[in-house]
Design a binder for this molecule. Structure first.
Ligand code: PGD
Length: 774
């Protein structure tokens, strides 16, 4: 182990989800950010951090919405448009404790939604979502959420067909194997470097570009299958297959058909390691529906040449081929299918479990996938136990609030939405992350009370009844850690809290104390004592393995520890390949399920018994396509993490006339009279937003791309019932439907729009101004 010792005592080690760094305080609440020297490719997102300390969008004091203060708890459509009244902390915490007491007393824990999804920040103790779940468990329980917006469909389908998501992503095919072994990479949805900038809990070495270039230098062949050429970095000599959005399953089936009919598939592998091939083959060859899923069939759907599809299959069969499936592909209607079909295509190639080959989910979609696991535990805040089992799949938040006591399907179960009276959110921004924001506004008008902790006046905070100002990570001591990054960072506080902001821990401790659960929540520890306490399992683990195990004080002084990692062994997938009898996969059959009897038993037409081409509701022949001819890819931004620090330097530098950039193909721009730099209006039946046009031939014609994360900035122009988002949040356009009844995941990645030049006077951006305050 070695340590990066800051030579300048004022160079304070710290960490964000997008990288380890040091902060040098510059006075007047300013910091210089110095990337960690071990990082070969520090993220440009680091430059967003200094703005966090002083920006006018910061929440200065506890605040209560005027309407809630005047009329008390209850449904209210004024949320999002009301003024606030500043209160002293004591009064605000009394109000929260009193309201929790009322709701628990009248409705029990089924009346409280604390799913509170969100990425919060990198520190493992002051992780707001960890804090809120712990607090609500102690307070009496709550309706929780399961799964994630990142991986909603994959998390549910993979255990049925291959094994837990971790088995298919984390310890399966790693970056080092890709660099040293892979001969041909088929990257469905690409491996965009911007997505590799970010890893939950922090990422101290951005290695994706180096590993990809390493594979290229060795002679590996790359294919990016995406409507966006830059979903794979330049310099790889990659072939770009500009597929029609949402049709990857058809392409995979076309390839599978070539493999099977030309005798190129690995029948021995299929027989030994898989179940359900014959049923799938009937479908593939069109025995039941008289529709062979051949390359010509696929070509018509994907709009790629049939010869290319067949040739890709033949090349893949000859080489050590790795198929990757990005998270983005499964964040769409029927998002389970590309993941499942990716597994099946890799099974037909017979390479699953070989180093550098087979199927890897989400390799290249997020920084820490494909890196070895730490050999010792990293700090984790214990969450306690929830008194109730009620939950929603995370992306069903609007349905939960709009359809109380209605039933819904999820993974073979019939569940009921509880009637929610109080929503409590800390560390997330649903007005960024959820689809169909106008429907979400309706949903957020329903509960009696909404409580939000955030450091800034996000749209979610502006819809809350009680808003409590949280510190940002640079304002507190913490420990940065991830199970797939080997650097444990002593995150030193670099600035005093902004105005009256407090740490989430202190806020919850204050409420817990009023609520009579103070001792169980804090366990009598200060925040500093918690850090020492949470560090202890790491120290003990190091000692047990015979490594130097510094005491907490020494770790803190040194600023970091490089943790030992486990040897890369390919995990349970490789063990299964070596001996399917001794190490069966944790699927119902113990094998790879090409057809799933379990899924068949659910009877879901939107997720049948084997991977199936299910056309999206917005395909080229649909009525919606006639009205809204452009596909919109609403993907992850390159200039910030989700909506975090949208007012930071890197994010602001990318804006066009202060709006989020929308990339448009020059042909599509020309037919609409749009020039580079124009402000344009994107619209469909759900809503509309402004954005700044950037013309680019890196997109397939007919496709536009507007990343998520511009703060929702509603303007009610000309008495319209739905406000125009003048800033460019694509979730006013996306659809709020689940991937299928199986996973109910988010489908935010793709939608249909029309785009026109915006001709009127430009509405100002108000998203970063605090709301009116008494
Ligand atoms: P963030 O912007 O990271 O987005 O959704 P998520 O809600 O995680 O929100 C985190 C919030 O936490 C910010 O408001 C930040 O200020 C706050 N925060 C940070 N630190 C602290 C703290 O210490 N205390 C408190 N109280 N608050 C803090 C992300 C989600 O969006 C994800 S993961 C994905 S993958 C989805 N992607 C898409 C997509 O591809 N397309 C669409 N259309 N929509 C998506 N939404 C999803």
């Amino acid at each position: 182990m070695n340590a990066f010792l800051p030579t300048d005592a004022r160079l304070l080690p710290h960490s964000a989800h997008w990288g380890a760094f040091s902060a040098r305080p510059r006075g007047d609440r300013n910091v210089e950010i110095v990337p960690h020297p071990r990082d070969p490719a520090p993220s440009p997102l680091l430059a967003n951090l200094p703005a966090a300390l002083n920006h006018p969008a910061r929440i200065a004091r506890p605040a209560v919405r005027r309407g809630w203060l005047d009329h008390g708890p209850g449904p209210d459509r004024c949320r999002g448009r009301d003024e606030y009244v500043a209160l002293p902390w004591d009064e605000a915490l009394d109000l929260v404790a009193g309201e929790l007491r009322r709701v628990y007393g009248a409705y029990g824990p089924r009346g409280v939604f604390g799913g509170s999804y969100g990425w919060s920040s990198a520190g493992r103790f002051h992780h707001a979502t960890g804090q809120i779940h712990r607090f609500l468990n102690m307070a009496g329980g709550y309706v929780r959420s399961v799964n994630s917006y990142s991986s909603g469909a994959a998390t549910v389908i993979l255990p049925h067909v291959l094994g837990p998501q971790e088995a298919a992503s984390r310890n399966n095919v790693g970056w080092d194997e890709l660099a040293s072994k892979t001969e041909l990479l088929l990257a469905f949805g690409g491996m965009a470097l911007k997505n590799n900038d970010v890893g939950g809990g922090g990422t101290s070495q951005h290695i994706a570009r180096d590993r990809l270039l390493g594979a290229r230098a060795r002679g590996a062949e790359f294919h990016v299958i995406s409507p966006l050429r830059d979903d794979l970095p330049p310099g790889l000599g990659a072939a770009w297959h500009p597929i029609r959005p949402g049709t990857d399953v058809a392409l995979m089936l076309g390839m599978a058909h070539t493999l099977v009919t030309e005798g190129l598939y690995d029948r021995v592998f299929v027989d030994r390691y898989c179940v359900g091939y014959d049923i799938f083959e009937d479908y593939l060859l069109g025995r039941g529906d008289n529709c062979p899923k051949d390359a010509a069939w696929a070509a018509a759907i994907c709009d790629l040449p049939a010869e290319t599809i067949a040739a890709l299959a033949r090349r893949a069969a000859e080489r050590r081929t790795l198929i990757t499936c990005s998270q983005s592909l499964q964040r769409a209607e029927h998002g389970e299918q590309p993941v499942w079909m990716g597994v099946v295509l890799a099974a037909l190639l017979g390479k699953i479990g070989l180093p550098g080959a087979g199927f890897a989910y989400a390799l290249g979609s997020i920084a820490n996938t494909g890196k070895p696991e730490t050999a010792v535990p990293v700090p984790t805040l214990p969450q306690g136990r929830n008194s109730i089992g009620d939950f929603i799949p995370v992306a069903r938040i609007s349905d939960l609030l709009l359809r109380p006591e209605e039933t819904f399907d999820y993974d073979g179960q019939k569940l009921t939405y509880p009637e929610i009276k109080l929503v409590y959110w800390a560390g997330g921004n649903p007005f960024h992350h959820h689809q169909d924001i106008h429907r979400l506004r309706e949903a957020f008008a329903r509960p009696d009370t909404l409580i939000v902790h955030d450091s800034a006046w996000t749209a979610t905070a502006r819809h809350a009844d009680i808003v409590l100002p949280a510190t940002v990570t640079l304002e507190r001591d913490d420990i940065g850690a991830s199970t797939n990054d080997d650097l444990l960072v002593a995150m030193h506080r670099a600035a005093e809290p902004y105005a009256e902001a407090q740490d989430d821990y202190a806020i919850f401790a204050g409420i817990a104390q009023r609520f009579g659960v103070g001792e169980s929540f804090t366990e009598g520890r200060t925040a500093w004592q918690w850090l020492e306490h949470l560090y202890e399992p790491t120290r003990r683990g190091l000692a047990e393995l015979g490594y130097s195990a510094p005491a907490f004080e020494e770790f803190w002084e040194r600023g970091e520890l490089v943790l030992p990692t486990r040897d890369w062994d390919g995990g349970i997938v490789r063990a299964f390949r070596q001996s399917p009898e001794a190490a069966p996969m944790p699927t119902p059959s113990g094998k790879i399920e090409i057809t799933s009897a379990n899924i068949a038993s659910f009877g879901y037409t939107d997720c049948p018994q084997h991977p199936t081409w299910l056309p999206p509701s917005f395909g080229p022949e649909t009525a919606v396509a006639a009205r809204y001819p452009l596909y919109l890819v609403a993907n992850q931004p390159a200039t910030r993490l989700h909506s975090q620090l949208d007012f930071g330097a890197t994010s602001l530098a990318s804006k066009v006339q202060a709006r989020e950039p929308v990339r448009i193909h020059p042909q599509d721009a020309a037919t609409r009279g749009i020039a580079d730099g124009d402000v344009v209006r994107l619209f469909n039946d759900r809503g509309a937003c402004l954005a700044g046009a950037v013309l680019s031939d890196a997109l397939r014609p007919g496709v536009a791309q507007l990343s998520t994360g511009a703060w929702f900035d509603p303007a009610w122009l000309d008495g319209a019932d739905r406000p125009l988002c003048v800033h460019g949040n694509p979730n006013v356009l996306t659809t709020d439907v689940g991937t299928s009844r199986l996973a109910q995941g988010s489908t935010g990645q793709l939608t249909r729009v029309e785009i026109e030049r915006f001709e009127g006077p430009l509405p100002p951006i108000r998203a970063f101004e605090p709301p009116g305050m008494d």
